[in-house]
Design a protein around this ligand. Sequence first.
Ligand SMILES: Nc1ncnc2c1ncn2[C@@H]1O[C@H](COP(=O)(O)OP(=O)(O)O)[C@@H](O)[C@H]1O
Ligand SMILES: [Mg+2]
Length: 333
Amino acid sequence: MSNNLTDRCYALLSQLNLIAADTKINVVPLTGGVASDIACIEADNQKWCVKFALPKLKVEADWFAPTHRNIAEYNWLCFAAEIVPQNAVQLFGYSDALQGFAMAYLSADDVYLYKAALLAGKDTGTEAGKIASVLGKIHLASSRDDFDASPFQNQDDFWALRIEPYLCYTASHHPDISDILLEEAERLYRSDTVLIHGDVSPKNIFFRHAEPVILDAECATMGDPCFDISFFLNHLILKAIHMPHRRQANLRAVGDFWQVYAHYICWEDVMVLEQRICQLVPALMLGRVDGKSPVEYLSLSEQETTRKLALKLIKTPHANLKELCNTLDSILS
Ligand SMILES: Nc1ncnc2c1ncn2[C@@H]1O[C@H](COP(=O)(O)OP(=O)(O)O)[C@@H](O)[C@H]1O
Ligand SMILES: [Mg+2]
């Protein structure tokens, strides 16, 4: 296989019968990729987005199986297309040989990245509830007995990509609460209740015709729905800390999300799941300041605020999200 991105894009589109042999393609690499090559391809007045697992040679830290992630992502996107077609990106096929896939390139006047809208304070106040509905439907459908979980036995990748960097590494810097974080880590690793996406971050969510499209499912695995929910809500909370003038709007979005999501929970007691979320959210808050992947937009003083709040909430967890948001609101005001 060629290492040249244009060659690989050409080979993929040809193999998937998307272009003719003599078609000229224009390839623009997209940024953001840490362990995959992603590009926009233009040809014959059409646009595709292609994503490849990086060839082994190019991967420096080769401790997490790169190709598994690419297939996990494609499988998750296929399942989303089946369950929530209006919220899915159109897929054009996967190539085992090239370890890559093609999807529609999302771009139009009414397409925006949720993270950009949140950071600009331009979110409409309806996004969180819509994301809750999409996640709720996917979690619910995958909790059923007839769901084929066999393509999603990716708990070891999930440990390496999510649990270790966010929880275990953070635990090593906070001996007084390390037992709590490590217990949480073990529990998450052993859960396999639903299909989780694993990276439900505003940077991976586009809005298209006012509907969310969740991308970048490399961490998809059978797991605890608590992870997707807490991971997403943590992003809203960090932005509430970072943007005082949007604090109440972002905390309200936490409530909106939960109100919608709760309707889909039928695999366990709603309050039990909410309790786990109230424990995991502060652990992830701490993980985003003292873990391996610190959030880039918090100032030093915002990091300190986040750390203090997270430690308080880890040591004395709330039982429900309303109380958790009230505590955040009163301490931050
Ligand atoms: N289908 C798509 N259409 C348009 N842009 C995309 C598409 N998929 C990804 N991107 C852009 O590429 C960036 C990186 O893609 P992503 O799948 O999130 O990979 P990574 O694993 O590198 O985060 C995204 O933040 C987004 O801006
Ligand atoms: Mg991404």
